[in-house]
Write a protein that binds this ligand. Sequence first.
Ligand code: PLP
Length: 387
Amino acid sequence: MIVEPAQRTRQTSEYYFSVKLAEVRALLAQGHDVINLGIGNPDMMPSAPTLNALQSSAQQPQAHGYQSYIGTPAFRQGIADYYQKTYNVTLDPAKEILPLIGSKEGITHISLTFLDPGDEVLVPELGYPAYRAVSQMVGGVVKEYPLLETQGWQPDWEALAGLVTPRTKLLWLNYPHMPTGAPATVELFEQAVAFALKHRVLLCHDNPYSLVLNKKPPISILSVSGAKDVAIELNSMSKSHNMAGWRLGWMAAAQPYVEAVLKIKSNVDSGMFLGLQEAAVAALQNNEQWHAERNAVYEGRLEAAETLLKTLGCTWDSTQEGMFLWGKLPESTQSAEELVNTLLVQQHVFIAPGFIFGPKGQRYVRVSLCTPKERIWEAVERIRSKS
Ligand SMILES: Cc1ncc(COP(=O)(O)O)c(C=O)c1O
């Protein structure tokens, strides 16, 4: 390379799945039938009205121009209605919602908006890798707070208070938790809001899994009294509406937070295609039965995924929510990385090693439920036949 990339590229490595899925593609290209249980990429269809709305919108001559930076009024109203019906949270559609091109980009916009170089960010370890990567990219200092199996993968608020300094600006939280499947609870959210108010840190709650295999009614951090003073919630249609490739998400927060993020975001991209927004409005109206049917399919895959974990000698917690099974490796397995690589190369089965979500994941693996159960059973057979 004649021109050196910026310093920030040295702190960041390419996203694990970006590298690993290239290996999967290479195996597929060689004619191997790889069963991919690695990523949370829903394999089911969006609802029929969603697809119809996209199709009819795309036929309209006026649908193809630039769109507003803050989304159409109908999309924001659709999100507000969805928050009311799903979480019993009232949002002002004109002021408290900002559509995003998937919630992942929201992590970057929020970090760019609120972090100055040297500001400290409390990041869960274990957690979604983007919180850490993006905080570092924008010059923030990552302070990891441990999530331990012995504490139900929930934060220890006293220990967290010990990490707070005058430079602490932001706290990332995500329940139902990925990758452990630990559920959200009202008590946890109340503690989080109280913590954020006391220490004057921005609480960013990432909520993409609340409707997937949830055992209790879904909750939003914004349902806690006082939350709007100090919290932003990211939400997404990727998992809950089978629309991961459509890149549809949003942030919900009080007006000043939305306006601050819009200042950054409107300089980075433009409003999303009208067809996507009109389809999203339809999808947000999917009824409870639609969500229950999707969950029933995931539920029907659990037995196969549990058997897979059992075949590997893993143990797991059956209270998990979300679209994954998080399993603890037996003592006899030396290394998750070696196991995952062997499974991929020899059995052509891909599962995710836990360490990609943080060092505390060294002794774990994650199996995705986003593959038909017959294929998961086939993976079980392949592993059984070679072990
Ligand atoms: C915890 C968590 N947050 C955010 C995302 C990103 O979702 P989106 O597709 O909305 O960008 C994911 C995706 O896997 C996730 O697991």
